[in-house]
Design a protein around this ligand. Structure first.
Ligand SMILES: Nc1ncnc2c1ncn2[C@@H]1O[C@H](COP(=O)(O)OP(=O)(O)OP(=O)(O)O)[C@@H](O)[C@H]1O
Ligand SMILES: [Mg+2]
Length: 280
């Protein structure tokens, strides 16, 4: 995979205000797992996302940053078709996962969702036991064998560093766990259906610093196997864990590049101002 494809610069230094981003040139050699092409999203006739073009590199952490209300959550939800239930929303453009347009005809939502695990701002444990929370997805996907289910649950709880903490109380309600543990449980629940992509929307904002560090370390270790896209308005978090950064402003993708590029040598004045703390 070519690195320069991901350092694609969406704006030139001379741009004073956001303009329509140029389409990405797609090459036959490079097929990133997740590609957003000319994505426009409007809600009740208000345009929320404007001509977003983005390629998410595989097996790395991409952080989406930008001021409140710039469209980060809307973009993330578009990647997982989480807007489907909103009749007021209009979406045009494509989101390609494994080269398949998730907005294409005859594409089933469950098929798309299986490829992605979403970690929300606050943990959303199911009102059932710790074990059942992780077994839930695999059961839905037809796994009935108890030993197999136990193996999956154990593996995923180990993967999120929760096994030792909960192995003696797998049958107790998940809601009794601390918020940080609940968030790790949600991550384990997502991983249990073998996704390719992990999406996180401010996934640590409800957590204390220690729980935040644990989740951040998990993301870093998980990127060996998964492609991770995280929305964060904590620049420090993006600095700590991002490999790539997408900066958004007022519904537009202003700049995308490696974390080093964005944090040390941003191309666009708006990115510089945001990184420099001129606005938040
Ligand atoms: N369901 C909705 N109906 C109407 N407007 C919406 C809806 N969802 C989002 N918006 C608007 O879309 C814009 C982008 O919202 P979004 O939640 O994507 O921003 P964000 O970057 O995630 O902000 P934050 O950092 O505060 O979470 C905002 O102006 C918001 O008010
Ligand atoms: Mg948001």
């Amino acid at each position: 995979m070519e690195t320069n494809l991901y350092s694609y610069q969406f704006r030139t230094e001379s741009d004073a205000v956001p303009q329509r981003s140029a389409p990405i040139k797609l090459t036959k050699l490079s097929f990133p797992l997740l590609r957003v092409i000319d994505l426009n999203v409007s809600i009740q006739d208000k345009q929320i996302l404007k001509d977003i073009n983005l390629q998410i590199p595989e097996k790395s952490i991409t952080c989406i940053i930008g001021p409140s209300g710039c469209g980060k959550t809307t973009l993330l939800r578009s990647l997982n078709r989480l807007h489907d239930d909103n009749a007021d929303i209009n979406i045009t453009g494509s989101v390609l996962v494994d080269n398949e347009d998730i907005y294409g005809k005859n594409v089933e939502v469950t098929h798309i969702r299986k490829k992605m695990g979403l970690l929300a701002q606050r943990p959303t444990v199911l009102p059932m036991s710790i074990f059942e929370n992780v077994a839930y997805g695999p059961r839905i996907h037809g796994i009935r064998d108890k030993r197999k289910l136990y193996g999956i649950v154990k593996n995923q709880l180990e993967a999120v560093g929760l096994w030792e903490e909960v192995k003696d109380r797998l049958k107790s309600p998940a809601i009794r766990l601390s918020i940080g543990q609940q968030q790790r449980l949600c991550l384990a629940r997502g991983l249990a259906v073998s996704p390719e992509i992990i999406l996180g929307d401010e996934a640590t904002s409800a957590l204390d610093p220690i729980a935040t560090t644990k989740i951040e370390q998990l993301f870093v270790s998980l990127k060996k196997e998964y492609s991770i896209v995280l929305v964060t308005h904590t620049l420090r978090q993006a600095r700590r864990i991002a490999d790539y950064v997408a900066f958004m402003y007022m519904g537009e993708l202003i700049e995308f590049g490696s974390a080093t590029e964005i944090f040390t040598n941003p191309k666009h004045q708006l990115t510089r101002d945001y990184i420099g703390g001129s606005f938040s």
